[in-house]
Design a protein around this ligand. Sequence first.
Ligand SMILES: *Cc1c(COP(=O)(O)O)cnc(C)c1O
Length: 342
Amino acid sequence: MESKSMDWANLTFGYKKAGPNVRCKYENGKWGALTFSDSDNVTISIAATCLHYGQEAFEGLKAFRGKDGRIRIFRMKDNAERMMLSCRGIRMAEMPVELFCEAVTKVVEANKDFVPPYGYGASLYIRPLIFGTTPRVGVSPASEFEFIVFAMPVGLYFKGDKETTPFMLTRKYDRAAPLGTGTYKVGGNYAAGMVAGAEAHDMGYSAVFYLDAREKKYIDECGAANFFAIKNNTYITPESTSILNSITNRSLQTIAEKILGMKVEKRKVPVEELATFEEAGACGTAAIISPVERIDDVDKGVSYVFSKDGKAGPVYKKLLHHLQAIQNGDEEDHFGWITYID
Ligand SMILES: *Cc1c(COP(=O)(O)O)cnc(C)c1O
């Protein structure tokens, strides 16, 4: 794909081949050198552990171009640390945080022309992934792994004419068990959520909110985004052993507390409490924040409405404004979140 032919204003979140990707192999107990590839294919054994037993983890982060033309990668080190947590969680080789960051930096440099210009709400999405490549048919962890980082320009994740979108809530499915792999960013969790997600889309919802798998009383998260809500100048987000520790959520908590002077509560959120919230949102790197129009409890036929006119609330607007301003460099980064590529 040629960067010159990009229609920056109408980018989707769909896969597109952009510039080179960076790869690294783990063999004989150590990581090798980073290499560039122009191909978007991999060649692995038909018996590789990733294909049979789901030994795969990934990350998602973004780079933005500021008014000054500089490229800013957002919270790369946090993604590196989370990927290592995921690797430990499903018995894959960890890599030094510095090597992860070097690979991400190299990909961004090699894809500079694909970082969208300032002002389109678009960004360069960076996707690191790691998977077990050792051929095994008996179940045991691989001893060889491949790490790849690729990048592509993306627009907004949820598109529509309204700002807000509806979500559903159901007790029919679980995404992750309380002591399972919910805290790891692994492909297997996504496979587990495909049926519920497709059902939600068929019914006209953006996504599913899962409840805690043990008691089915508390909000966990979406398949790919954390939940937060606003009430009485307080930012409230679920505490749970089966949700992914979202870096967007952590950033919003910091902005709420340090910039907006709000209270932040990380605690269990009972379903019935939804009726008391002034605003609600789903947050993650891909969608940034999706303001929730309503959450329909489809099992009980109850609808929790947060927006009647399709417009997002005032706190959402402030949170999004500051997060994007820091990412684009319109506002100073007081938190050490940005890595510059010149
Ligand atoms: C990636 C992901 C998120 C969002 O995390 P960010 O770090 O904000 O991108 C939320 N939930 C799940 C299950 C995820 O995989």
